[in-house]
Structure formats: C-alpha cells, structure tokens
Design a protein around this ligand. Structure first.
Ligand SMILES: NC(=O)c1ccc[n+]([C@@H]2O[C@H](COP(=O)([O-])OP(=O)(O)OC[C@H]3O[C@@H](n4cnc5c(N)ncnc54)[C@H](OP(=O)(O)O)[C@@H]3O)[C@@H](O)[C@H]2O)c1
Length: 301
C-alpha cells in the first residue's frame, strides 16, 4: 500500500502514474480538495489538509489499519517568492506541520520526503554537490527544506533531493511552466529562457519512476539521496529540446542571462545548482540517468 500526501500536484500525479504502471500496489492519495477526483480500482482519494489536525489524525488512523504502508510526502508551500512573502505561513506548513505529521507516522514501513537541490546553494565552477556536502541555501525556501530534511532524517525516514523538474502537467486546470512554453511555441511566439543557469534537471515522469523504483528496492537506501540527471542543463537547453520535439524553429527560444540578485525573481535564487547522482545510479543499478522529454523511456541498466 502506498500513501501519497499532497498527491494532486505535478510530481504527485506522476507518482500515481508510475505506481500504477510499475507495481501492483494500491494507493491512498490525499489532496485538500477531492471533489473532482475519482477513485479507481487501485486508487482512492482522501481529503487531507495537513494544517487540520483532525483530518490528518483520520488519515493516520486509516493508514495504521493497512499494515505495511509506504508514504511519499509531497505536501509543501514551495514557490520561493511566496515563501519569502509569507515566511511564517511557509515555515508553519513546511517545517512545523511537517514535524507534527512525521511524528504521527512512525509506524510507516517507509517514508520518502521530496526535497530539493535548493538546500545546497550555488555550484561554483560547475561543482556537483554530493549528499555529504554542507548545506548553504540562498533563500528561505531552501532553508525551510533543509530544516524539514533534518526532521525527516532524524525520525529515521528518507530524503530525496530532486533537481528542477519539468514536464506536462497531469493536473487538469493546473498548467506547468512546460505547458506554457508548449502553448507559446505552437502559436509561433518566442520564449525567453536562461542560458547561463544550470541544473541536473529531470522530467517529472523520470523523477517519479526512479523514486518508485527506489521505494520498491530491497537495498539499503541512505537517509539522503540526490535523484537527478547526468547532464548539466540550462532552461535554454531544455527550450531547444522542446522546439525540436514540436518541430518549430529553434530561434523561437531566446537566450537570456541571469545573475545573482539581478531582480528577475523577487527572491534570490542560486544561479546554478548541480548535483552528483553517483549514489543513486549505484543503488538503482543504472549506467545513466538521462533527461528526456519523452515519458516512459527506460534507462540503461
Ligand atoms: N517541481 C520541482 O521542480 C521540484 C523540485 C524539487 C522538489 N520538489 C518538491 O516536490 C514536492 C511536490 O512539488 P510539485 O512540483 O509537485 O508542486 P505542487 O504541484 O505545487 O505540489 C505540492 C502539493 O502540496 C500540497 N499542499 C500544499 N499545502 C498543503 C497543505 N496544507 N496540506 C496538504 N497538502 C498541501 C498541494 O495540494 P493541493 O493540490 O491541495 O493544493 C500540492 O498538491 C514539493 O515538496 C516540492 O518542494 C519539487
């Protein structure tokens, strides 16, 4: 049995897809609004706002009844600009309430928490951060996630650090940055994308598939793991791949530069954050982890 807390988001929907495709397990998925969400044979939706203790307690009680349960914890307030604008609310959701939830989930067989490359800060000289490196987040979102990681790890559970994730949204009415680029390109409109800001990016589908593979593995997983692609990719690089995929002129992707504190974003972001995925590849017995725009592409083993 899987439980995904915060399942009706970009990554959550891809986790559901991959659990259904690659395991025979059932899923209890939570969202704050389940009115439009239909149950299927292996998937049930349950309303749960982690800020509502009564709702969370009902969820935890139900999960206890299932015996061995694997939990994916995705619920977060995570737009860096909004986190900076609403620091008390953000800390409450991302740290205080996360802690309350984790404290009530001690019975879980496994719990994996979705963290971010933002905990590391800036990669200088193309450095790829390893799991054992110190954390130096440049904004409050990264600091929230670093604090949340400590709670998860020292409760005996697992942290997975994801890079910049991209792909079509599977949530009706909630387009992703990817969908907006596709829309502009298909109308022949130009899109500006950063050419000097690099991440070890992944498609949502690849990220979710590797997470599920990790959770299904019998091998000992370290408490913190970078789960990211091999390639250092700028958003401009990804834009060019999207233009090729859509068969539109590459010139529609216009390169722009980003500098620390240049005010493009309201809150500071690391210009580049790259992660080392050696440990993930060892554990998952993969030779490569590719960034691909095609869902469901298998990786070399
Ligand atoms: N996308 C990325 O590039 C990326 C990279 C690294 C890490 N992550 C992490 O991955 C996780 C999922 O992110 P995402 O990209 O899938 O974003 P998302 O679509 O915004 O998903 C976040 C989910 O959190 C839920 N949530 C927010 N407040 C909640 C509350 N009080 N109670 C219960 N649920 C709540 C939202 O539920 P509702 O549907 O009810 O609003 C939403 O489904 C986050 O922890 C994020 O930090 C994402």
């Amino acid at each position: 049995m899987y439980c995904i807390i915060g399942a009706n988001g970009y990554l959550g929907r891809y986790c559901i897809k991959n659990i259904l495709e690659h395991t025979s397990e059932r899923i209890l998925a939570t969202a704050r609004d389940v009115r439009e969400l239909a149950d299927t044979k292996r998937l049930s939706w349950k309303r749960c706002d982690i800020a509502r203790e009564d709702e969370f307690d009902r969820l935890a009680a139900e999960l206890r009844g299932y015996g061995k349960v694997k939990i994916i914890f995705l619920a977060a307030y995570h737009n860096p600009d909004l986190v900076a604008q609403n620091p008390y609310y953000a800390w409450n959701i991302n740290v205080t309430l996360l802690s309350r939830c984790i404290n009530k989930l001690g019975f879980a067989d496994k719990l994996f928490y979705a963290s971010t490359d933002s905990v590391y800060g800036n990669s200088v000289g193309g450095y790829h951060f390893k799991e054992t490196d110190g954390l130096n987040p440049v904004n409050l979102y990264g600091r929230n996630k670093a604090a949340a990681e400590a709670i998860v790890r020292y409760s005996g559970f697992h942290v997975v650090r994801f890079p910049f994730l991209i792909g079509p949204s599977l949530v009706p009415g909630k387009p992703h940055f990817y969908d907006r680029i596709v829309e502009a390109l298909t109308k022949g409109e130009p899109v500006e994308m950063f050419e000097n800001s690099y991440r070890s990016s992944l498609h949502f589908d690849t990220a979710a598939r590797l997470l599920i593979r990790l959770m299904e593995s019998e091998r000992q997983t370290p408490s913190v793991l970078n789960l990211c692609g091999d390639k250092d990719l700028s958003k401009y690089d990804i834009g060019l791949m999207m233009a090729d995929m859509l068969n539109v002129p590459r010139e529609l992707i216009r390169p722009v530069m980003i500098f620390e504190n240049d005010g493009i974003f309201q809150t500071k972001r690391a210009v580049s954050t790259l992660m080392d995925n050696t440990l993930a590849k060892e554990l998952l017995q993969l030779n490569r982890i590719d960034f691909t725009l095609c869902e469901g592409t298998e990786h070399e083993i």
